[in-house]
Unconditional design. Structure first.
Length: 289
């Protein structure tokens, strides 16, 4: 079964706008929301970067049906895993059965701000993520917990507000190495590219068989190809856009998949196959086993 979700992009909308969009998404029939958790926007002209966890609290009171997940939170440097465990537990208490914790290894863009070194090695980041997830699950068991590991320490830590049903943990993976970790430690997968077959295969082969897979795709549209290219370059000048068509109710629209690369001019964006342009909310597909 395929569900369609709505992306709440904290990098370009204020917190009140995000809460309003969440309510509109629920009214429109979307199955779930996925909210980015950044300290900085991708580029300064995006202009926003509110605290995702405050926004989640407001969304919990503005909606009643739609599910919410972080997409994604990095529990490595900027947040200690104990803080993420407490935040997620509180969010799950506010919206019973509707919250899901999405975790990943993050970006230096957001994680460097505390002055700590963000590791460039993917294996190190994945080891840190393993340890962080184990700490989160440990604290969710309740009671006082002590821990001294390779990267993190707990000293008489206890979460006093735990939900009746603990939220699932969805792990982000962009390649096979991370997908193997996700299959081993996660309850579900999230992938941010447009060709997820290899990642999903590695995820399922490493313990993810039968678990949910979420695929995120950025979507935009406009009245002409030229307007589309101008808008794509304006909003994502740091990305290479590869356009693929997706069927809408009225016409085919372009869905650009994003790869990290610096673009010098709008002309470097390949022409879309159909009308694309001003960013619409990101569409996210969640595939059920």
């Amino acid at each position: 079964m395929v569900e369609i979700g709505y992306k709440l992009f904290t990098g370009s909308h204020s917190a009140p706008e995000l809460v309003k969009n969440a309510r509109l998404a629920e009214d429109a029939g979307f199955s779930f929301l996925n909210i980015s958790d950044h300290y900085h926007p991708w580029i300064p002209t995006h202009g926003r970067a509110g605290f995702a966890w405050c926004t989640i609290g407001s969304i919990s009171q503005a909606t009643s049906r739609i599910k919410v997940s972080t997409g994604v939170t990095c529990p490595l440097v900027r947040y200690h895993p104990a803080i993420v465990a407490q935040a997620a537990a509180t969010a799950a208490t506010l919206m019973p059965g509707r919250f899901e914790l999405g975790l990943g290894t993050g970006e230096n863009l957001n994680e460097h701000i505390t002055g700590s070194v963000f590791p460039t090695s993917e294996p190190v980041r994945l080891d840190m993520l393993r340890e962080a997830v184990s700490i989160i699950r440990m604290l969710w068991k309740g009671g006082v917990q002590d821990y001294c590991g390779a990267y993190y320490t707990l000293d008489n830590a206890q979460i006093y507000e735990l939900p009746r049903d603990l939220p699932p943990i969805r792990i982000s993976a962009q390649g096979p190495m991370a997908a193997e970790v996700a299959g081993d430690i996660g309850d579900a997968l999230i992938h941010f590219e447009q060709k997820p077959e290899e990642v999903i295969e590695a995820f399922r082969a490493s313990g993810g068989e039968g678990k949910s897979c979420m695929i995120e795709t950025a979507v935009c549209y406009a009245g002409s190809e030229e307007e589309a290219k101008r808008t794509a370059y304006e909003w994502f000048p740091m990305e290479e856009l590869r356009t693929a068509p997706v069927r809408s109710e009225k016409r085919w629209i372009g869905v650009p998949a994003l790869r990290r690369r610096s673009l010098r001019t709008p002309a470097e964006c390949p022409p879309p196959r159909c009308h694309t342009g001003r960013p619409a909310p990101t569409g996210i597909r969640r595939r059920r086993p």
